[in-house]
Design a protein around this ligand. Sequence first.
Ligand code: 5AD
Ligand code: SF4
Length: 451
Amino acid sequence: MPKTLHIKTYGCQMNVYDSERIAEVLAPLGYAPGETAEAADMVILNTCHIREKAAEKVYSELGRLRIAQEAKARRGERMIIAVTGCVAQAEGEEVLKRAPFVDMVFGPQTYHRLPQMVAEATRATGHVLDTDFPEESKFDALPEARTVDGAAAFLAVQEGCDKFCTYCVVPYTRGAEYSRPAARVLDEARRLVEAGAREITLLGQNVNSYHGEGPGGGAWTLARLIRAVAELDGVERIRYTTSYPADLDADLIAAHRDVDKLMPYLHLPIQSGSNRVLDAMNRKHTTDDYKRLVDQLRAARPDLALSSDFIVGFPGETDTDFEDTLKLVADVTFIQAYSFKYSARPGTPAAMMDFQVDEAVKAARLARLQDLLNTQTLAFNRSMVGRTLAVLLDRPGKKPGQMAGRSPYMQAVVVEAPAERINTIQAVTVTSGGPNSLLGRIDGAIERACA
Ligand code: 5AD
Ligand code: SF4
């Protein structure tokens, strides 16, 4: 009897990537993906700790799972419950104390050891806790075969962070920066293409700080890696995320000019438009540095569309600081952005800072910022009407007869199309643009992605 595995993924794309790899590690043990958690033989919560009561949400989800686990036990069946991701890393043993029915807690760096952990857990020798930062890299120990779900795939090239922004848990939960050797990345890219990928997003918490070992020795930059991935047959589109502005070098800017397959969309978090706040955040760039960078990128690739992250209500942020953020957004223009209220993360320097901002003030600032950002997104989406874009259709749409995909600028695009067009790049003429997506009509297939 095949066993079923249900993975619930929270948070960033790195977690999505990790969940796929976890499923691949467990496949040889007989675990196949299952739709519902309640019926599964193993449920894994891949958690995120970046903001807001993340741990509490995990505990309430665990409470629900416990009921399903007990119902299964009454039928003489077993449900293994595991917690991984950044909450597991941050909370460690605390998870097992608060939720003793959890069988395994493991950090994002140890899931290559899952077969061992599962063996220990199924022998019911007690709980398994593995939140080390091991010497060996998980990437060296993961199975080589890759599966892809749709034509757009993620590929982790770098992990961890040494930047220590004062609000952020990532350097503690994901550990120090590590770049995979270029040859390993290229091998995985080839395997993704064989498995059906046409678009590859290179992932890293600080992806543009990539400095993996090159095949002939010496370190490769991200730009060099992108150029090499672009050479691979079958790769049609390349993206990368997430970038740290101060590490974005001339080489990468040049890649945006030279590499056609590199999509004209860049997620480049700035966090705040106030230099005082950026300094308190320990960001190593000013607003002028950021604007200069954007000018250089747009000179290299005039249609480059930008997205960003913002935090409002960082400790000490004044009305004037916040107005500076609005001004920056008005100046730079983002086609899309994520904005958050500052949330104090235990153990980070900012959590101990004076002048924490009142929740109501944070909420009011967030609403104003999001209004402005939404206006920019809508204006950009509307400006697409009448244009023909190369859309990679990678999933069925919500309504029957529809397919959905992404434009070069990462916009969600919905078209009427027969199901066999899945995983193809189509020329789509945009007929309308809304706040969250574009509607369009297929005008023909195009072989190479172009904006
Ligand atoms: N509070 C609010 N937002 C945060 N982010 C990271 N840490 C925090 C925090 N403590 C946001 C940043 C980052 C994104 C992934 O999450 O904007 O770029
Ligand atoms: Fe966190 Fe800053 Fe590192 Fe991004 S660069 S992961 S915000 S510490």
